[in-house]
Design a binder for this molecule. Structure first.
Ligand code: CTP
Ligand code: MG
Length: 213
């Protein structure tokens, strides 16, 4: 119990004071949780939406010519593999930018000032970075002799975060440091593998993905 409350109760030990104190504490807790949990949680999702969407859209609409055109690297293995296609890349990036544009519009239309505002540059970097991260991950996956679609824990889940944040760091660090607070970043790290798994299980169930990871 806070000192403020204890003093209040000590001075007048009435039931009314106790109830007022409890009420104060509940509201304090509410304000604290709102500021430190709820806003960072929503901010994390809001920041990452243009980076989260490209992967499932690539899985849904991808296919056709692979980005490496079927060519091998010096180790005799595919550069990226058949899981990385031009169609998936373009469709995924456009979807990420699309959702970002909707966010930019909704932010001013509904005065969502408690959420970090996106910009055209931030949504482009988030969407492109997410799939570039995925591509770079696949490059190293092939170098480690892992087949297309095989599991690579941690890298499979965080490739999009790494790609998006590296691009932001290079091309728009001002936006990155002003919009992504430490609590929001912690939520991004917690939420990403959970959402990644959930979306992949759904993708597998509806036959969009060949494996549930
Ligand atoms: N996809 C695509 N183009 C991309 C990314 C994904 O066409 N740039 C599609 C592919 O059909 C791919 C599916 O989305 O199989 C799932 O993506 P992902 O899990 O990233 O690819 P994997 O097949 O698991 O390949 P890798 O082992 O290289 O990650
Ligand atoms: Mg995969």
């Amino acid at each position: 119990m806070s000192t403020r409350c204890r003093l209040f109760i000590d001075s007048r030990l009435s039931n009314l004071n106790v109830s007022v104190c409890s009420l104060l504490q509940v509201s304090e807790c509410y304000i604290i949780s709102f500021e430190f949990l709820i806003i960072p949680l929503f901010s994390a999702v809001w920041i990452m939406l243009p980076a989260y969407l490209p992967n499932p859209v690539a899985a849904l609409l991808g296919g056709g010519t692979p980005v490496d055109l079927g060519r091998n690297y010096t180790d005799g293995r595919r550069i990226f593999g058949d899981g990385k296609t031009f169609r998936g890349l373009v469709a995924g990036i456009l979807a990420g930018i699309g959702i970002g544009l909707v966010q930019i519009w909704a932010w001013s239309a509904y005065n969502l000032v408690f959420l970090p505002g996106q910009t055209l540059l931030s949504v482009v970097l988030l969407a492109v970075g997410a799939l570039l991260g995925d591509l770079v991950k696949s490059f190293f996956k092939r170098r480690f002799k892992k087949e297309r679609g095989s599991k690579w824990p941690v890298a499979d889940q965080y490739d999009l975060v790494a790609g998006a944040f590296v691009l932001l760091l290079i091309a728009d660090p001002g936006w990155l440091f002003s919009r992504v607070t430490v609590p929001a970043f912690i939520f991004i790290l917690i939420l990403t593998p959970i959402l990644h798994r959930a979306v992949n299980i759904i993708g597998y169930r509806v036959n969009v993905k060949e494996v549930p990871w």
